[in-house]
Design a protein around this ligand. Structure first.
Ligand code: ZN
Length: 146
Protein backbone atom coordinates (compact mmCIF):
# COMPACT_ATOMS: atom_id res chain seq x y z
CA UNK A 1 0.00 0.00 0.00
CA UNK A 2 1.44 3.34 -1.07
CA UNK A 3 1.82 5.97 1.58
CA UNK A 4 0.44 9.46 1.17
CA UNK A 5 3.10 11.80 -0.09
CA UNK A 6 4.89 13.59 2.75
CA UNK A 7 4.09 17.10 1.58
CA UNK A 8 0.45 16.22 1.19
CA UNK A 9 0.43 14.66 4.63
CA UNK A 10 1.80 17.93 6.04
CA UNK A 11 -0.95 19.94 4.35
CA UNK A 12 -3.58 17.62 5.78
CA UNK A 13 -2.11 17.75 9.29
CA UNK A 14 -1.85 21.55 9.12
CA UNK A 15 -5.56 21.88 8.31
CA UNK A 16 -6.39 19.29 10.94
CA UNK A 17 -4.47 21.11 13.67
CA UNK A 18 -5.34 24.64 12.54
CA UNK A 19 -8.75 24.36 10.89
CA UNK A 20 -9.88 27.37 8.86
CA UNK A 21 -13.42 28.72 9.21
CA UNK A 22 -14.28 26.30 12.00
CA UNK A 23 -17.31 26.92 14.19
CA UNK A 24 -20.92 27.43 13.21
CA UNK A 25 -22.64 30.80 13.16
CA UNK A 26 -26.15 29.55 13.91
CA UNK A 27 -27.31 32.33 11.59
CA UNK A 28 -30.60 31.51 9.88
CA UNK A 29 -29.37 32.96 6.60
CA UNK A 30 -26.89 30.10 6.34
CA UNK A 31 -28.00 26.82 4.85
CA UNK A 32 -26.98 23.94 7.04
CA UNK A 33 -26.32 20.25 6.45
CA UNK A 34 -25.19 17.58 8.89
CA UNK A 35 -23.76 14.22 7.80
CA UNK A 36 -22.34 11.35 9.84
CA UNK A 37 -20.14 8.48 8.78
CA UNK A 38 -20.76 5.77 11.38
CA UNK A 39 -17.99 3.51 10.08
CA UNK A 40 -15.35 6.04 11.11
CA UNK A 41 -17.10 8.28 13.63
CA UNK A 42 -16.89 11.31 11.36
CA UNK A 43 -19.56 13.87 12.10
CA UNK A 44 -19.63 17.03 10.00
CA UNK A 45 -21.89 20.05 9.80
CA UNK A 46 -21.46 22.59 7.02
CA UNK A 47 -23.02 26.05 6.95
CA UNK A 48 -23.08 27.95 3.67
CA UNK A 49 -24.05 31.55 3.08
CA UNK A 50 -25.14 32.27 -0.48
CA UNK A 51 -26.01 35.69 -1.85
CA UNK A 52 -26.38 36.84 -5.45
CA UNK A 53 -25.37 33.39 -6.71
CA UNK A 54 -22.05 33.53 -4.87
CA UNK A 55 -20.83 31.44 -1.95
CA UNK A 56 -20.08 34.23 0.51
CA UNK A 57 -19.07 32.13 3.47
CA UNK A 58 -18.60 28.52 4.51
CA UNK A 59 -18.38 27.36 8.11
CA UNK A 60 -17.85 23.84 9.38
CA UNK A 61 -17.85 22.02 12.67
CA UNK A 62 -17.74 18.48 13.90
CA UNK A 63 -15.49 15.69 14.97
CA UNK A 64 -13.74 12.97 13.09
CA UNK A 65 -10.49 11.67 11.72
CA UNK A 66 -7.77 13.92 10.35
CA UNK A 67 -8.79 13.38 6.72
CA UNK A 68 -12.40 14.28 7.39
CA UNK A 69 -11.70 17.39 9.49
CA UNK A 70 -8.88 18.61 7.27
CA UNK A 71 -10.95 18.26 4.11
CA UNK A 72 -13.73 20.36 5.65
CA UNK A 73 -11.19 23.08 6.39
CA UNK A 74 -9.72 22.92 2.87
CA UNK A 75 -13.19 23.01 1.35
CA UNK A 76 -14.14 26.11 3.32
CA UNK A 77 -11.13 27.99 1.94
CA UNK A 78 -11.25 26.68 -1.60
CA UNK A 79 -14.94 27.19 -2.38
CA UNK A 80 -15.56 30.45 -0.56
CA UNK A 81 -16.03 33.36 -2.96
CA UNK A 82 -16.86 31.16 -5.94
CA UNK A 83 -20.16 31.29 -7.78
CA UNK A 84 -22.56 28.51 -6.83
CA UNK A 85 -22.03 26.92 -10.27
CA UNK A 86 -18.23 27.03 -9.95
CA UNK A 87 -18.29 25.72 -6.40
CA UNK A 88 -20.47 22.79 -7.42
CA UNK A 89 -18.20 22.02 -10.36
CA UNK A 90 -15.07 22.06 -8.20
CA UNK A 91 -16.78 19.94 -5.56
CA UNK A 92 -17.99 17.41 -8.13
CA UNK A 93 -14.53 17.24 -9.72
CA UNK A 94 -12.92 16.74 -6.31
CA UNK A 95 -15.23 13.85 -5.43
CA UNK A 96 -14.54 12.25 -8.83
CA UNK A 97 -10.79 12.62 -8.22
CA UNK A 98 -11.07 10.96 -4.81
CA UNK A 99 -13.22 8.15 -6.20
CA UNK A 100 -10.60 7.50 -8.90
CA UNK A 101 -12.94 8.53 -11.71
CA UNK A 102 -12.07 10.80 -14.63
CA UNK A 103 -12.32 14.42 -13.49
CA UNK A 104 -11.79 17.93 -14.82
CA UNK A 105 -8.02 18.36 -14.52
CA UNK A 106 -8.19 22.07 -15.29
CA UNK A 107 -9.74 22.70 -11.87
CA UNK A 108 -7.33 24.38 -9.45
CA UNK A 109 -7.65 22.27 -6.34
CA UNK A 110 -4.91 24.00 -4.36
CA UNK A 111 -4.65 22.29 -0.94
CA UNK A 112 -7.45 19.89 -1.87
CA UNK A 113 -4.97 18.13 -4.16
CA UNK A 114 -3.41 16.76 -0.98
CA UNK A 115 -6.29 14.30 -0.71
CA UNK A 116 -5.78 12.73 -4.14
CA UNK A 117 -3.81 9.84 -2.61
CA UNK A 118 -6.86 8.86 -0.55
CA UNK A 119 -8.19 7.11 -3.65
CA UNK A 120 -5.78 4.27 -2.84
CA UNK A 121 -7.40 3.77 0.56
CA UNK A 122 -10.97 2.57 -0.02
CA UNK A 123 -11.82 2.70 3.68
CA UNK A 124 -11.07 6.42 3.74
CA UNK A 125 -13.01 7.54 0.67
CA UNK A 126 -16.00 8.61 2.74
CA UNK A 127 -13.74 10.53 5.13
CA UNK A 128 -12.34 12.62 2.30
CA UNK A 129 -15.71 13.33 0.67
CA UNK A 130 -18.21 13.64 3.53
CA UNK A 131 -17.75 17.40 4.03
CA UNK A 132 -18.03 17.98 0.28
CA UNK A 133 -21.28 16.05 0.12
CA UNK A 134 -22.63 18.08 3.01
CA UNK A 135 -21.56 21.26 1.22
CA UNK A 136 -23.28 20.15 -2.00
CA UNK A 137 -26.43 19.49 0.00
CA UNK A 138 -26.40 23.04 1.38
CA UNK A 139 -26.53 24.32 -2.19
CA UNK A 140 -29.37 22.02 -3.08
CA UNK A 141 -32.16 24.47 -3.76
CA UNK A 142 -34.72 21.72 -3.82
CA UNK A 143 -37.28 20.99 -1.20
CA UNK A 144 -35.55 20.15 2.03
CA UNK A 145 -37.26 17.56 4.13
CA UNK A 146 -37.35 19.67 7.19
ZN1 ZN B 1 -12.89 9.41 8.84
Amino acid sequence: MRKLDNLYRQIIMDHYKNPRNKGLTGDENYRKEHIRNPSCGDDVTIETLVADGVVKDIRHDGTGCSICCASASVLSELLRGKTVADALHVSESYVDMIMGKPFDETVEFEDALAFEGVKDFPARLKCATIAWKAFDATLDDGENDE
